[in-house]
Structures are given as structure tokens and as C-alpha cells.
Design a protein around this ligand. Structure first.
Ligand code: GLN
Ligand code: ZN
Length: 762
């Protein structure tokens, strides 16, 4: 018998049922009971659903009320001192996740830092570990949930984040200290949990070690053997499946296959070749879990091809030594395609969400157990669906293909280098030293969101909605003039989301009604699906920008989302390289840039906040990615005349190691988030002698705190220590859509005032 397995399932529920109870609990509008009831029901539903789908190894402890890394931290007693006064339980758990506000004399505490889970759009909470950290069992969640499922008649495979990945994902508090060195102290807690799971009757346990597919694995390889020998000892009769995903084990593969574990899971979607390296290395008592179904994307699997791989592995190992699995946890895909009523039927036939992926897993496992005839019809159906997709005229556009083939190298280069452009730009649009501007959006207040919802529900007519947005835009423009900003923005009131807005105006994009994936905590996003060649239907932003410009003599900045960010925050077609899709988006943005320019707009900002997060997990792959990502930005932006000023914006990120690529974008002005790091990030720009203009954020828009003039002056002083006055712009860290006008108005007034004062001193 071939085992059908799953590594993890979405937590929020088909209709995001967990979201409201969580948020009610946080705002003290409900007791923990409601939350626990809903959570319990979701877990039960999801276990049963997976079993019904034919999954033999159903995961447990993949569920979390906030984040599985936080769960692990709590379980190991990794609780920073600032939360130590709180009693163990939900209050402390959520305090670590969300922070404690300063109020009524009560001391506050910053939440754990949040960062991206590998190269997904899921964010985990970063455990903080200092050299003196002691570990102690702080919860028995994996055992509790195993017992809970068992009572429902489902014998699950509990999932634990492995010790190597837990320590490698943690943040070291203290210099020259690597948390991985603490493994001997941490291991007893793992041993205790494994012992308890074995005692509770777990036949299998899944230990996730995604870090083994990254460069960080080198830090752990020397100790891997010892760690896993001890874990295997503690697990006793419980079998360990060691799960690796998100990439290739590379040089770690032989070491991983030598470990005394009963099964190893490989991601064969991202790294199919490692199968052939693994097969000869497997010991006779070991099984191999084949990650054949893409857990990171929404497309139907090519089941015939996957079957070929499964069959080859089974021929070598025997069908009972292979398991069929998704490449990684299904956390990163939407719940159920059947919940989609708006998607066109043709497109729907090409897709598979979490539930449908379980069916694919079960099908391949059945084929491997019962023989090809048992699935031959399903394979034929799947081939027909895939053929429909590859032959659909909606996927390929001759016009787009022709344009792509005709892209010439000079389209990626501005007509003249930056110094020449600067002269032309200042000639057309005179600006003071230290010009002031904002990043684009203004507060999306209740009335803006309500009007959009009414319009979408058909309760507000298009002309009424339009008039409303115009009024909002006009108010914003008037106010910016009053406060004295130099380069204005229209405020982005018409936009729901910086990617969705563009996707809705582009061919090749589809939108789900319910395709939510968890981003962090209760927050979910609904990424667009890029299914076909991308092309503009017509101008997307020109009307709004032109209207806003008509209200003022000052320069109005056109606002676009860049090709890399649109790509990065979407589900991307898997039938051509990502670079290709990115280039198509770039061409569409390029057209928009040209139209804005023709409409008389002299400053155009192309946001690329996701540029850095697109970096591949392995350093060796960075250069190639950066090459095409930078080229896409240049293709989008380089078509303008010298006197048109191109801006770009990036949120908080580490710039040091990609500074040459940032410079290669050749934007005239880049605004970046720096105020949280007190301008430390600027160091990279200074050392690199970054040649163009920079607006390091001087107002931390993530905090409700309104900066004082001294704060802003202080930050500008720091910036001027590394940049010349000719280079420096004055702006907030990021868009202001999440803030309130009551905060934004005084903050920006202060920012303008501080710029004026500092300017006088130059
Ligand atoms: N222009 C966008 C805004 O102001 C940029 C948002 C972002 O950087 N994520 O909202
Ligand atoms: Zn930003």
C-alpha cells in the first residue's frame, strides 16, 4: 500500500471562520470559550475532510491560533523577559504575537518580530534566543491535538517544527552567538514531547526541517546526525518522517538520508532532480515521501507526469515504501475551489486549491497501490484539462508574444545618464533642496471603504462613486498644497489594493471570491491568479492622475505598482518562467508610464516593495533573479524622456547585499523605509556612493506616534551625514492608508516644517 500523506492544511477555515473569533477575543468582545469552540470545530472538520479525501497520514498540530513558530517557541519555553510577568496561556501567547500597548501607566512590550516564512507570503514570529536561554516544556499542544483527533477517530501524524529549523529561524540576542549551538539544551524538550506522543499512541510524527533546503543548513550539518539519533531514540516505536521543502537539499542530501529516521520527504516540485540522487541512497527500512503536488501554487498537477515519477520511485523501492504528498504544507494555497462561483468555468478547470490537491494526492497513491488501471480514466481527464489550458487562446496572445520578441536592449536604458536627467528635470520642475513628498496613499477612512463596498454591491451608482472619489482626491490635493508639500499625490482612494487594482485592469489576471491565504495571524490575502499573457486593456491610472494634476500647479506624482511586486504578490502561471511573466507585466506598465507622460505628468513612481522578497532561498540563485527583476523595472520605466522623473519605493528591507541592483534600477529617486532603524539602513547607500536621489523615511507610519520636529530634524541630520543635500528627499516611510487623518496631518506638517528648517541651515 502506498501512503497518501499531507504535510499541513490551511487553518482559517473555508470561509475564514477563525478570523472573527480571534479578533473579537483580541478586542475583549468575547471570551476564550468562543475562540476555542471555533478552533476545535475547524480542527475536527479539517481532519475529517482530509480523511474522507483518502489521506492516510493526516497532519495534526499544523493548526495554530496565530503561528506555528510561535507555538513552538511557547512549547519550548522561549518567552522573552518582557512577557514573563504574564500567566502562561492565551493572554501571553497573543501578547507575544501582537505586543502590549502602553496605556494607563501599564508598561508596554513590543511584539516578537515578524518575518517572511522562507519565500512565501506567510509571516512567522521570530523567537528570540540569548546565550543563557534555558528550555522547558511550556505546552503540550502537539499531544493535546493528537489526543483530540484520536477521540474523533482520526489517528493523526503530529507535526513538529524541527530543532534545527527552530534554532536557525530564531534571532540571536547577543553578539557572536549562533542559537544553533544551544541544541544540546533544547533537545530534552523535544525528547519529552516525542516520548509523550509515543505514549499517546502516535504511529508517526512529522518533523519539519525546511531550513535544510537553504544555505543556513551548513551551520547545522555537523550536528545533524547526533540530534536525530537522539530524537529517534526518544520517539521509540513512533516513526519519524523528516520533512524538507521549499527547495533542494543539495549538498545536505546524503547527510539527511543517513539519519536514523523512518522516512524523508522531498519537495519534488521545486527540486525534482533530487529524487534521482536520493533513490540509491535510501536504506532498505526507509520510505520516501514524494512531494509531487505543488503546495505553493493553484494549478492542477500534471498527473500523468507525476504518476511517471511515482511509478519510477515505486519500481525502485516498492510501492509500500513511497508516500505521495504535496510539496509542502497546503497552508499557502486557498481552501477550496468549489467555493468559487465567480471564476469562469474554463479557468476553473485548470485550478486546484487545497481540497482538490488532496484528491490529487489520494489519486496518485491509489494508482501506486492498485495499479495504473485504477486511475487511468482520471489521468485522461486530467490530461484533457491540461490540454485545454495549454491550447486556450486566453493563455496566449499573439500581440503580446510579438512585442516580447521585439524587446530591444535600448528599451531598458534611459536616453541619458542620471546627471543629465537631473538637470532636465529641475529645469522642467524646479524643486527646493530637500523636496518633500509622500509615498502615495492617504488614509483609507471608513467612508472610503464604505463607498467602495456600496459601489461593489451595486448600491452606489458609478457616477456617484466617481464623484465621491473626486471629492476625496480634491480634498487631499488642497490639503497638501496648504501644508506645503512639494510633490503631491492623488491619494489612491480609488484603490483597494496596490496589486489587485492593476490586476483588475489587465488581461491575463483572474480574481477569486474566496481564495484567501493566511499572511499572518488573522490576516489573509487574496492573491490574483495570473493565468495568461498580460496586456493592458487601456490606461489604468491616467484619468485619476490627470484629474489630480488639474487641481494644482505643483507636480502631481503618478502612482504605479511595479512588475516584480505584481508578480510576487500573485499566483503565477507555471507554464513559462516567472521572468517571462514579469516582463509581460513590465510592458504593460511601460505603456501606462508612456500614457502618464503624454498626459503631462512629470513625476512617476513605480513601487517595488516586493523586489527583495523575491530573492531565491539560495544565494547562488540571486544573481539570475536580480538580473531579470532589475530588467523588468527598467523595461517598465526607461521609456520616458530625460525631464520625466522616475521614482521608486521600497519598504523595510536589508539593502546592503543588493545595493548594486538597487542602483541598477536607475530610478531618479528612491524612497525607502528607514525611520525604524534610525537611518542605519542608509549606511549601504552611503558606502556604495549611491549616485541618484533618495528619500529615507523620516516618519514611521507603522506607529501611531506623531513625530516631533526634533525627531525629523535628527533623522535628516543623520541622513545628511551620508548623503549630499542634492540627493536627499524628505518623506514618510511608506503609504499612509492605514493611518488616520488626525495623525497624518500634524505629522506631515511637522515633516514639511523640519525640511524647511534644515534647508535653511544648508
Ligand atoms: N504607493 C503605495 C502606498 O502609498 C505603496 C505601498 C507599499 O509600499 N506597500 O500605499
Ligand atoms: Zn512601503
Amino acid at each position: 500500500m502506498t501512503t497518501a500523506t499531507n504535510l499541513g492544511f490551511p487553518r482559517m477555515g473555508a470561509q475564514r471562520e477563525l478570523k472573527k473569533p480571534l479578533e473579537r477575543f483580541w478586542s475583549n468582545r468575547s471570551s476564550g470559550d468562543e475562540l476555542e469552540t471555533v478552533a476545535r470545530r475547524l480542527r475536527a472538520d479539517h481532519w475529517k475532510l482530509q480523511r474522507t479525501a483518502g489521506i492516510t497520514h493526516v497532519p495534526s498540530n499544523d493548526f495554530s491560533l496565530y503561528d506555528h513558530v510561535l507555538d513552538a517557541a511557547v512549547m519550548f519555553g522561549v518567552v522573552p523577559d518582557r512577557f514573563a510577568h504574564l500567566p502562561a496561556g492565551p493572554e501571553r501567547y497573543f501578547a507575544m504575537a501582537r505586543g502590549i500597548a502602553y496605556e494607563g501607566g501599564r508598561a508596554g512590550a513590543a511584539a516578537l518580530e515578524m518575518t517572511k516564512w522562507f519565500d512565501t507570503n506567510y509571516h512567522y514570529l521570530v523567537p528570540e534566543i540569548d546565550p543563557r536561554q534555558e528550555f522547558a516544556l511550556g505546552s503540550t499542544k502537539p499531544v493535546d491535538e493528537f489526543v483530540e483527533a484520536k477521540a474523533l477517530g482520526v489517528l493523526t501524524r503530529p507535526v513538529l517544527l524541527g530543532p534545527v529549523s527552530f534554532l536557525l529561524l530564531a534571532k540571536a540576542k547577543g553578539k557572536d552567538f549562533d542559537p544553533i549551538t544551544l541544541w544540546p539544551r533544547l533537545l530534552p524538550v523535544y525528547e519529552a514531547i516525542l516520548g509523550a506522543l509515543a505514549a499517546a499512541g502516535a504511529a508517526w510524527v512529522q518533523i519539519d526541517e525546511p531550513c535544510l533546503t537553504t544555505d543556513a543548513s551548513a551551520r547545522a550539518l555537523p550536528t545533524l546526525e547526533e540530534i536525530y539519533s537522539r530524537l529517534a531514540g526518544a520517539a521509540g516505536a513512533t516513526n519519524i518522517l523528516l520533512a524538507t521543502y521549499f527547495g533542494d537539499l543539495g549538498e545536505a542530501l546524503p547527510a539527511v538520508l543517513r539519519l536514523p529516521v523512518k522516512a524523508v520527504h522531498l519537495d519534488l516540485v521545486r527540486a525534482p532532480d533530487q529524487l534521482w540522487h536520493a533513490l540509491p541512497l535510501l536504506r532498505p527500512e526507509q520510505s520516501l515521501s514524494l512531494g509531487l503536488i505543488d503546495g505553493r501554487n493553484v494549478w492542477k498537477t500534471d498527473l500523468t507526469r507525476a504518476w511517471g515519477v511515482a511509478e519510477a520511485a515505486a519500481a525502485r523501492l516498492g510501492s509500500d515504501r513511497i508516500m505521495i504528498a504535496p510539496s509542502c504544507s497546503l497552508l499557502h494555497v486557498p481552501f477550496d475551489l468549489d467555493c468559487e462561483s465567480n471564476l469562469e468555468p474554463e479557468l476553473k478547470r485548470w485550478l486546484a486549491f487545497a481540497r482538490q490537491k488532496l484528491d490529487e494526492v489520494a489519486l496518485l497513491a491509489r494508482g501506486a497501490s492498485e495499479g495504473l488501471p485504477s486511475i487511468v480514466e482520471s489521468l485522461a481527464e486530467n490530461r484533457a484539462a491540461l490540454k485545454g489550458r495549454s491550447e486556450s487562446p486566453r493563455v496566449r496572445s499573439t500581440i503580446v508574444r510579438r512585442r516580447m520578441a521585439a524587446i530591444a536592449p535600448d528599451q531598458l536604458v534611459r536616453a541619458h545618464p542620471y546627471p543629465t536627467r537631473r538637470v532636465a528635470q529641475r529645469g522642467r520642475t524646479p524643486l527646493p533642496l530637500l523636496p518633500t513628498t509622500t509615498i502615495g496613499s492617504f488614509p483609507q477612512t471608513e467612508d472610503v471603504r464604505k463607498a467602495r463596498a456600496s459601489f461593489r454591491a451595486g448600491k452606489l451608482r458609478a457616477d456617484e462613486y466617481d464623484a465621491f472619489l473626486k471629492e476625496k482626491t480634491a480634498e487631499a490635493v488642497r490639503w497638501q498644497e496648504e501644508v506645503g508639500l512639494d510633490v503631491l499625490v492623488h491619494g489612491e482612494f480609488e484603490r483597494n489594493d496596490m496589486v489587485e487594482y492593476f490586476g483588475e485592469n489587465l488581461e491575463g489576471f483572474a480574481f477569486t471570491a474566496n481564495g484567501w491565504v493566511q499572511s499572518y495571524g488573522s490576516r489573509c490575502v487574496k492573491p490574483p491568479i495570473i493565468f495568461g499573457d498580460v496586456a493592458r486593456r487601456g490606461p489604468m491610472t491616467v484619468e485619476w492622475t490627470r484629474y489630480a494634476q488639474s487641481l494644482t500647479e505643483r507636480p502631481m506624482k503618478g502612482m504605479l505598482t511595479g512588475p516584480v511586486t505584481i508578480l510576487q504578490w500573485s499566483f503565477v502561471r507555471d507554464d513559462q518562467p516567472r521572468s517571462e511573466t514579469c516582463r509581460q507585466i513590465a510592458l504593460a506598465i511601460r505603456d501606462e508610464v508612456a500614457d502618464l507622460e503624454d498626459a503631462g505628468i512629470c513625476v512617476i513612481q513605480i513601487d517595488e516593495p516586493a523586489l527583495r522578497e523575491g530573492l531565491p532561498l539560495r544565494r547562488d540563485d540571486w544573481a539570475e533573479y536580480l538580473r531579470w527583476a532589475v530588467d523588468a523595472f527598467r523595461l517598465a520605466s526607461a521609456g520616458v524622456r530625460d525631464e520625466t522623473q522616475i521614482h521608486t519605493h521600497m519598504c523595510y528591507c536589508e539593502f546592503n547585499d543588493i545595493i548594486d541592483s538597487i542602483a541598477a534600477l536607475d530610478a531618479d529617486v528612491i524612497s525607502i523605509e528607514t525611520s525604524r532603524s534610525q537611518m542605519e539602513l542608509l549606511g549601504a547607500f552611503g558606502e556604495f556612493r549611491y549616485p541618484n536621489e533618495i528619500g529615507p523615511g523620516v516618519y514611521d507610519i507603522h506607529s501611531p506616534r506623531i513625530p516631533t520636529r526634533e525627531d525629523v530634524e535628527h533623522l535628516l541630520g543623520k541622513a545628511l551625514a551620508v548623503l549630499s543635500p542634492e540627493q536627499l528627499w524628505v518623506n514618510p516611510d511608506c503609504g499612509l492608508k492605514t493611518r488616520r487623518w488626525e495623525e497624518v496631518k500634524p505629522a506631515l506638517a511637522t515633516l514639511v516644517e523640519a525640511a524647511r528648517v534644515v534647508r535653511l541651515r544648508l
